[in-house]
Design a protein around this ligand. Structure first.
Ligand code: FES
Length: 677
């Protein structure tokens, strides 16, 4: 009877007794300890690194002596010389158990390591990527036992890694024989297995291919396409970027693109080609920026709203333009990335499109739900992803989750605004107005100085002050309201009524002069009455969507609000509340989640379990279709006022006292409001 030794693996705590001489890697496998390996124990990949403990472990009831593991061997020495090995580390496939031992498995050697997101709501995520590398030695052909090279490869994968049922594309088969011979019958195989269908051989390299492998998390928005290039070992982002969606030329918002498709034969196909091009250009840029081989990019997870979803897939979105807004498909999609024109990745790369929730609430909202987890929230949380189409989620652990989308339009992105522009250097992004004087100060993108600070002119000379972007117009309107230049109905007061010469007459209404660079040949940036109306329409659509969900849950308050989306990160809670974009809530409980859809896509990229979780979650989310809800219009009209015609805002009132001017026609000409009194 072979001598047995007690082995305890940390941090899992798994323990067992093994025959002396058993490799640490084998013991780990038998206990189901998460210890990575690509080369299958050949001392090539170093993914099996472990740190043996020594001394007395009172809690574990074990004492580890100096000879607990076999001595350092030639394979480890070769690896240390060639690639280096941190002091105290051993290769688990080489070190053999000689006596009782405690083995620490460092995070980088764990396949399913925990990754904690640095977000508003820190949540652990387990790495469980769908694509892994496996090194195998394949038996050479034998005339006496004829068999195909592929069959012997599949046998090696079965014997070494217990992987079976693999499907193999022709592209792989056509390259198999030269690769096997080039690798001298040792090859590294990338296997894609997302648990939904038969696993497949995605690529094959001669010899040992260390990788790492990469994946893409893509948030395909109607205005911008954003993507993260992630290391599939630990989820780390190697490159991030975004491009404008080339479809903008076909229409600023979703419905204008749907109507373009309706009105122009071949219009949908044009938009499909444009967005696929844009996406591949973005990916090519990220791959170049990260300095990696496109071939190592093996998977992508994509989220988007339903119209983008259909257009990307080459499905005409016209059905989404009319009730019942039927999706061609709502489930998750598993495709070859090449089918969608993604060329800057591995030719065999896979694409996973998250499921849509329904109608106009897409995979991006599903990704936000995955990232922000309202379903697990102890309190009632409202999550709004503001874009040209706003996705709104409301829920908690006890209420479950409701979702809707609301057509806010492009005003929040500076479109349809007289001095509006996209967020770019030179754009006014923050505004403050002195309630005493009515004088403004502002900041532009690309400069941290306020416009009334010394050095501002010099610092902005290169770009100039060019216009006002989404976050700027939201702040400008809210500041005008707080300074009494704008009444609750959204009317701008006259110079006479407000006491500010910056409130200029413009036709039969008024405009507020924010910045005048015309003397130097620059623009005059004003906020006009039409701009106010455009913002009122956009914010009312958002508010009405949220109210519909609150009605459905029978609540008139929410406990907290999460502003998601790249844009959400730039909205100040106070200004959003003064506008009445969101329902009343304590200001310190209005937080930004950044690009939550992108984060959700990243989570799904890094974890097959997260994909299963979101697929189940979307079936539990209750969908409200704003386009057919009779109450939407009433909520929309009531939300036109700033912040609202009737809903109470007690939390806002704690933070700011809104003046109550009335700039109806009568008030404009008659009484003059004395400033500072
Ligand atoms: S398993 Fe590859 S070096 Fe140990």
């Amino acid at each position: 009877m072979a001598d047995l030794a007690q082995v305890i693996f940390m941090p899992s705590g798994k323990r067992g007794r093994f025959a002396v001489g058993t490799p640490v890697l084998s013991a780990a496998r038998q206990l189901g300890v998460d210890l990575d390996s690509v080369c299958g124990g050949r001392g090539i990949c170093s993914r099996c690194q472990v740190t043996p403990g020594s001394g007395h472990f009172a809690k574990l009831g074990l004492t580890v002596g100096p000879g607990a593991l076999s001595p350092w061997n030639a394979v480890e020495e070769r690896y240390r010389q060639k690639r280096g090995l941190a002091p105290g580390r051993r290769l688990g496939c080489q070190a053999r158990i000689e006596a009782d031992v405690v083995i620490d498995v460092p995070p980088e050697s764990q396949l399913h390591r925990q990754v904690v997101r640095k977000q508003a709501t820190a949540r652990a995520m387990v790495m469980d990527p769908a694509v892994r590398l496996f090194l195998v030695a394949v038996a050479e052909p034998d005339m006496h036992a004829p068999s195909g090279d592929l069959e012997r490869l599949l046998l090696a994968l079965k014997e070494t890694w217990d992987i079976s049922g693999l499907s193999v594309d022709l592209a792989i088969l056509s390259r198999l024989q030269p690769v096997l011979r080039q690798g001298n019958w040792q090859v590294t195989v990338a296997v894609h297995d997302d648990g939904s269908a038969a696993p497949r051989i995605l690529d094959i390299w001669p010899g040992f291919h260390e990788g790492p492998l990469y994946g893409l998390a893509i948030d395909l928005g109607s205005t911008t396409i954003a993507a993260h290039l992630c290391d599939l070992r630990d989820g780390a982002v190697r490159a991030s970027g975004g491009v404008m969606n080339p479809q903008i030329r076909f229409g600023e918002d979703l419905m204008s693109r749907v109507s373009y498709a309706m009105m122009n034969p071949g219009g949908a196909a044009e938009m499909t080609a444009a967005v696929r091009d844009g996406l591949d250009t973005l990916v090519a840029g990220l791959v170049a920026e990260a300095g990696i081989a496109a071939r190592d990019v093996v998977e992508a997870v994509l989220v988007c709203n339903p119209v983008m979803h259909h257009l990307l897939l080459g499905i005409d979105p016209v059905e989404l333009g009319q009730a019942p807004f039927a999706l061609a498909t709502s489930g998750a999609l598993r495709l070859a990335a090449a089918e969608l024109g993604l060329r800057s990745v591995n030719p065999g790369a896979r694409l996973h499109v998250l499921p849509c929730i329904a109608g106009h609430v897409g995979a991006d909202a599903a990704a936000v739900a995955l990232s922000e987890a309202p379903e697990a929230s102890p309190d009632l949380v409202l999550v709004v992803d503001v874009g040209t189409n706003a996705e709104i989620l409301l829920g908690s652990r006890t209420h479950g989750v409701l979702a809707c989308s609301s057509p806010t339009g492009p005003a929040f992105e500076g479109a349809q605004i007289s001095s509006g522009q996209r967020a770019a250097p030179g754009a006014i992004e923050a505004v403050r107005i002195d309630p005493q004087t009515g004088e403004p100060r502002f900041r532009v993108i690309g400069c941290d100085l306020w416009s009334d600070e010394p050095g501002f002119a010099a610092a902005t000379a290169a770009t100039g002050v060019t216009g006002i972007c989404g976050s700027g117009i939201i702040e400008a309107v809210a500041e005008m309201r707080m300074a009494g230049l704008l009444d609750a109905s959204g009317r701008i007061g006259s110079a006479a009524a407000t006491g500010s010469p910056r409130c200029e007459a413009e036709g039969r209404t008024h405009a507020y002069l924010l910045h005048d660079a015309s003397a130097g040949g620059g623009p005059r940036i004003t906020v006009t009455q039409n701009d106010i109306r455009a913002i009122q329409l956009a914010k009312s659509a958002l508010y009405a969507g949220a109210r519909l969900l609150m009605d459905r849950l029978g609540v008139d308050r929410v406990d907290r609000v999460v502003l998601a989306g790249a844009f959400g990160a730039h909205i100040s809670p106070l200004h959003a509340m003064v506008l009445g974009m969101i329902p009343d809530a304590p200001l310190d409980r209005v937080t930004s989640a950044g690009n939550a859809a992108g984060t959700g896509a990243r989570m799904a990229l890094c974890s097959r379990a997260a994909r299963a979780e979101v697929a189940a979650m979307v079936t539990r989310i209750v969908k409200i279709e704003t386009a057919v809800e009779p109450a939407f219009q009433a909520h929309f009209v009531a939300a036109n006022a700033l912040p609202h015609a009737s809903d109470p805002f007690p939390e806002l009132a704690r933070a700011v006292t809104l003046p109550a001017p009335d700039f109806g026609a009568a008030a404009q000409s008659g009484r003059r409001r004395r400033r500072g009194g």
